[in-house]
Design a protein around this ligand. Structure first.
Ligand SMILES: Nc1ncnc2c1ncn2[C@@H]1O[C@H](COP(=O)(O)OP(=O)(O)O)[C@@H](O)[C@H]1O
Ligand SMILES: O=P(O)(O)O[C@H]1O[C@H](CO)[C@@H](O[C@H]2O[C@H](CO)[C@@H](O)[C@H](O)[C@H]2O)[C@H](O)[C@H]1O
Length: 555
């Protein structure tokens, strides 16, 4: 039945691919409100000026119907436009009974709207919710298909991790809401469809393929293949990736949260209780992290040259300039964001915000020091967005996922080599988050003195941090191939910890204002360390004042 609101598009579905007017009407009607409800659309908070379907790829389905993969451009009042992948299918009412799934089961978030296409009424949906689309994608990967399009070709690559005879497994959409979309096949394969697109191979495909093909590191899901949009006049654009599915019932963020429950319940009884198996887990994660970096460290040899994209590099002037510029921009943006949102913060966060603002000049001096400080450690490709949520906890081990890099950075920036201590800093920050979120957001500690709670939280964090770091550094033995000495390790860790915490400040202001105090505390902890270094070096420059404000003093 056509509702009064349903949109009428005169061209039939099978001919719509080449009808520009068809897609123009959709971008002016159903698509903008729909896209704005999608978790993967990052432009919700920006001033949007319009959407346009830039390219339409056609994917034939087994029953003779087609799915279209739309490349949707979102434009904004400020900044460059973004491109998103939106696959669509049309479920005509009269064919509903022929489908292997119930139209009524399609969740609200997959329904673009009721439409009349040609003379058929039906529902336009995000094709990931259409079993025929999922099967067509997977079959194309299994068969290494190349499907020519008016604008380049869709190229499907089969990876080593895909077994023979697995072409027709039952598939599902994973209910997790994140920046991309995930589908599973027979509980054996995990297919991620990238939503925000970049004109370059997604770093995740590079990284996972490198680790699978060039190393014996087993703690990532094996690479099962990729979906690429190729065009001879520009670099490849990655649309999707398949990996082996990892049986797990939680990620390490949830697992650490569970361990922290035991710790939390003991706090009101003035007991400091960490189970031995918590240390064992933290040690194991430190070890796996070190092994991941070992696998990514592949010095070139005359008889076995390393792909330049992965060969280790020194701390060049170019890298120093890049890091300093990026950090300074980030610091300015976060400082302004904090000022704009200051009145929305709770009193404790406001107090920490003052300390941060007071420390800005000292942070700038510390960052600038990075330009000239001698550094003989090495840089390699790293995970880039490493935190507890990116590690799946299996029965007795860990599997590392999501090698896409930092969501805020461009693809070119995500492929830049850093010291692996940047990943280490990411994980250390994550442990800080885990204990802070648990102790400061639980009813059990509501009546406790916040200064006391802060000391307890710090104690847990320092013990866990050192356990992780020691296990990590032990993996390589001595002399360490990637780090020159302890002094460089300390300096690099501080700079990456600071950068990560400043980055997180923006994430929390935008998404979880009540958590802003966690990265603020992280920033201030590093600032305290910088102060100590300046005092011991005797380099406290007179024009940069030392901090006067206490950390969590109650007045
Ligand atoms: N190989 C895998 N096996 C099982 N579950 C996975 C796998 N990869 C990811 N997941 C699940 O899907 C979620 C989202 O994956 P992730 O790679 O983090 O996607 P995004 O890029 O959208 O953040 C993860 O938190 C995890 O629960
Ligand atoms: O969505 P992504 O996993 O790519 O990362 C973004 O979201 C993360 C939160 O889900 C955010 O991580 C921050 O919060 C985590 C706890 O929820 C904590 O473990 C991390 O240490 C902290 O950085 C991440 O920063 C952001 O990029």
């Amino acid at each position: 039945m056509v509702t009064t609101q349903s949109l009428h598009l005169p061209t039939g579905w099978l001919n719509a691919g080449s009808d520009a007017q068809f897609w123009t009407i959709l971008t002016q009607t159903l698509l903008p409100p729909y896209v704005n409800t999608c978790r993967w659309f990052a432009g919700k908070a920006r001033q949007q000026t319009g959407f346009a379907v830039k390219t339409v790829h056609t994917l034939p389905l087994a029953d003779g119907d087609v799915a279209y993969l739309l490349i949707l451009e979102a434009s904004y009042a400020e900044g460059i436009p973004e491109n998103y992948l939106l696959p669509v299918t049309f479920l005509a009412d009269h064919t509903a009974h022929t489908l292997s799934f119930q139209v009524g089961d399609i969740p609200e978030k997959g329904r673009i709207g009721d439409v009349m296409i040609g003379n058929k009424t039906g529902l336009l949906i995000d094709a990931i919710y259409d079993d025929r689309f999922r099967q067509a994608l997977f079959a194309a990967i299994c068969q290494n298909q190349i499907i020519s399009q008016t604008n380049g070709a869709l190229t499907f690559h089969r990876g080593k991790g895909l077994d023979e005879g697995d072409e027709s497994l039952t598939s599902q959409v994973l209910p997790v809401d994140s920046s991309n979309s995930a589908m599973t096949f027979g509980d054996k394969y995990f297919l991620k469809l990238y939503r925000k697109l970049f004109q370059e191979t997604n770093p995740e495909v590079d990284m996972v393929a490198f680790l699978t093909d060039e190393s014996s590191f087993e703690h990532i899901p094996a690479f099962g293949g990729s979906i690429i949009w190729q065009h001879e006049q520009r670099p490849d654009i990655t649309l999707g990736m398949v990996q082996r599915m990892v049986p797990n019932d939680k990620d390490s963020w949830m697992q650490t949260g569970d361990y922290l429950n035991d710790f939390l319940y003991a706090v009101p009884q003035r007991l400091f209780a960490i189970r031995e198996d918590v240390f064992e887990k933290v040690e194991l994660l430190g070890k796996r992290t070190g092994e991941m970096h070992c696998a990514l460290y592949k010095p070139s040899r005359p008889d076995n040259p390393t792909d330049p994209a992965f060969a280790p590099e020194h701390f060049t002037d170019e890298y120093r300039d890049f890091l300093i510029k990026r950090f300074e921009d980030l610091l300015d943006r976060r400082y302004n964001l904090l000022i704009d949102n200051y009145t929305k913060l709770d009193i404790q966060a406001q107090r920490l915000a003052w300390v941060f603002m007071e420390a800005k000049e000292m942070i700038e001096t510390f960052i600038a020091d990075f330009r000239t400080r001698p550094i003989d450690s090495l840089r390699i490709r790293i995970h880039g967005d490493y935190h507890l949520g990116q590690v799946l906890a299996t029965e007795d081990d860990f599997v590392i996922i999501d090698f896409e890099g930092e969501p805020e950075s461009s693809i070119a920036d995500r492929k830049i080599k850093h010291s692996p201590l940047k990943d280490v800093a990411g994980m250390i920050r994550s442990y800080h988050y885990a204990v802070s979120a648990k102790l400061f957001n639980s009813a059990e500690t509501d009546d406790l003195d916040p200064d006391h709670l802060q000391r307890v939280s710090d104690r847990w964090f320092y013990l866990i941090r050192d356990t992780f770091l020691n296990a990590y550094l032990d993996v390589f033995g001595a002399p360490h191939p990637l780090f020159k000495n302890n002094s460089e390790i300390n300096f690099l860790l501080l700079i990456y910890l600071l950068e990560k915490a400043v980055y997180e400040l923006g994430y929390e202001i935008s998404y979880r204002p009540s958590w802003v105090k966690i990265p603020l505390k992280g920033i201030i902890d590093v600032v305290r360390e910088i102060e100590k270094i300046r005092l011991s070096d005797g380099v406290a420059t007179p024009h940069v004042a030392m901090l006067q404000t206490g950390l969590l003093q109650t007045k």
